[in-house]
Write a protein that binds this ligand. Sequence first.
Ligand code: FAD
Length: 428
Amino acid sequence: MTSSPRTLPDRRSLWAATAPELPRTEPLSEAISTDVAIIGGGFTGISAALHLSQQGAKTVLLEAEQIGYGGSGRNVGLVNAGLWLKPSMVLQRLGQSYGQRLISLLSEAPRLVFNLIEQHAIDCEAERAGTLHCAPDRRGEADLRQRASEWLALGAPVRLLGGEETRTLTGSTLYRCSLLDPRAGTIQPLAYVRGLARAAVAAGASVFTGSRAKGWRKVGAHWQIETEHGSVRAPWIIVATGAYTLGLQPKIRGEQIHLPYFNFATDPLPEELRRTVLPGRQGIWDTRTVLSSFRLDRAGRLIVGSVGSLAGSHQAVHRAWARRVTRKAFPQLGSVELTYAWDGSIDMTSDYVPRLHRFDPHILSISGYNGRGIGPGTIFGRELARYVSGAIGADELPLPFSEPHGVRSRALRESLYRFGSLALHWAG
Ligand SMILES: Cc1cc2nc3c(=O)[nH]c(=O)nc-3n(C[C@H](O)[C@H](O)[C@H](O)COP(=O)(O)OP(=O)(O)OC[C@H]3O[C@@H](n4cnc5c(N)ncnc54)[C@H](O)[C@@H]3O)c2cc1C
């Protein structure tokens, strides 16, 4: 195999700058056959490839760019339990049977992620100190109280912290209270997905990068996927292309509302300041609609994120805001330089529930994690692998199969995210 020289397109990404090298992969250049073909080299596709290979299935994964090119290499790295939605909303939208199964599987999602990291010795800055959902105002406090009571009723070990304890753990006076979830933690996400890919290859999966799947067609009893220089024939296809779906089924894109999210990162903070900024080592985010997130990396760089795209002139507005909000949250830092900057698209759905489709009995697709993809992507990859290998039936999957439905006013809603966050950050 030859190495793929491509890196994330945004070379100012902290994750691209600090992740271990890309696994050695090459574009597909011949016609091959396999048991399962997977499209998409993010958490979902790689987790499916790893678990299928461990179950003895021949697996081929096609990635258009490089491993972690999509949301998996761009995110904040908060490994949270559950979905964005409160448990009561999950039950309301999915019903008792699927709702309870999804909640209980996703409660365990951080444990699966951290276990895989340990089992495969993945060097990805794993930190299991929990995460803090922080409330800056009364409305946020009410939201967290509700979340806390729902999770506690389910037996989850979450804790609602008052102002004083929140200040001690965050080093910031911005928040009235916070919800500590000790199941959660942080990782270097690009390092995680690259490490998972290495583990999948070691387990026998064939991974091809720079290999965009152009579509599929039936050939005899199997499906054939064409790439520019090769093809894969398989009885099963798993489509795991998330917000970065290129070509393929337009219906996948049609049901997503893309929310842009950016991150900036400082250089490593001096030791004496580092002790006062997020001293509990939790990653944090707040309850605002246009939320902000903060976390540290292993070297003590502070990462600040929020809704918005860094395209063109937008970057200057978001950068100025990020410097202001960082100073407000951690005045002890004074004026900070933001050395790294990167952004990505989050695949939101109209009801905040992910979408599982079956385009044919043997072509499955999963996307729409609504900004909660590290745990869910790893879990759904594993569950689809179990389904394809016959270990579980359709009625034991975490979600029912659904038909893709286009979202009304999608373009308008995407513009609102983009320009609404710009206006807020310009003014705020
Ligand atoms: C800025 C940002 C911050 C986030 N923060 C968090 C967070 O803190 N915690 C959390 O849990 N989640 C977070 N998320 C969400 C999470 O990153 C995603 O839900 C997750 O990465 C989705 O994984 P995936 O494997 O389904 O898709 P992706 O990681 O997007 O991977 C899809 C892959 O498919 C490839 N592809 C597309 N079309 C084709 C084709 N035709 N042929 C071959 N390959 C193709 C793409 O190149 C891409 O690499 C964040 C997302 C973003 C963008």
